[in-house]
Design a protein around this ligand. Structure first.
Ligand code: HEM
Length: 182
């Protein structure tokens, strides 16, 4: 929501996509999501830049070599998913919020550069549920309300210290109803 409040053009584009599918007299629903590619791309871009789990822990099951370093069996390692998802060698304009980058498909996690849910055998088992909730919630918030922040037009999106990737100042924003589906 913070990215959308800061970027009225992207907000408008998403709302236009939703309106084009739902029309003006019904609430967006889960079965619409398959016809909302920009919404799906936007949710992925949010998860890339604002991952809830920036560090993923692992324990080496055997001696191995990582980037030339010898790592002993049973060593605990932290995978910096935050850094991988902002790595300029892997992403064009990595710090830019650009949902379009996901419109071409791919990035289903198998290439290990898009890691909001980790990956491999211990990857998050809840991710399809998360996508379902995020798609429908985000779509409804954009379809039904205009959003404003209290002081000025811009939200500070800097990440706080800690293991959850939360925003430094929590987001405080105000909705104005634009559409009453009930
Ligand atoms: C935005 C929400 C969520 C995020 C960002 C998230 C992220 C993650 C991450 C990064 C991991 C570690 C993956 C790895 O080690 O490679 C994980 C593991 C896990 N997640 Fe989620 N998760 C979310 C929601 C959920 C939900 C809703 C469920 C259950 C319904 C769930 C169930 C699990 C379980 C069981 C594991 C451990 C898997 C294992 O160790 O084999 N998660 N999640």
């Amino acid at each position: 929501m913070a990215e959308l409040i800061n970027r009225p053009n992207i907000f408008k584009k998403l709302r236009e996509e939703i309106d084009s599918i739902t029309g003006v007299d019904r609430l967006v629903k889960e079965s619409d999501v398959q016809n909302l590619p920009y919404l799906r791309a936007l949710v992925k871009e949010s998860l890339r830049l604002h991952t809830a789990a920036p560090m993923i822990p692992r324990e080496c099951s055997q001696d191995c070599k990582i980037n030339g370093f010898n790592v002993k069996s049973k060593t605990r390692v932290l995978i910096n998913a935050y850094a991988i998802m902002r790595d300029p060698d892997m992403w064009e304009d990595p710090d830019k919020f650009m949902p379009e980058r996901f419109l071409l498909g791919g990035d289903d996690g198998h290439d290990f550069r898009f890691l909001p849910f980790g990956g491999g055998r211990r990857g998050c088992i809840g991710y399809t549920h998360v996508y379902m909730i995020m798609h429908t919630t985000m779509a409804a918030l954009v379809q039904c309300f205009d959003w404003k922040v209290k002081d000025g037009e811009h939200v500070d999106i800097s990440v706080a210290l800690g293991f959850t990737g939360a925003m430094t100042p929590p987001l405080l924003c105000y909705p104005t109803a634009r559409f009453h589906p009930f």
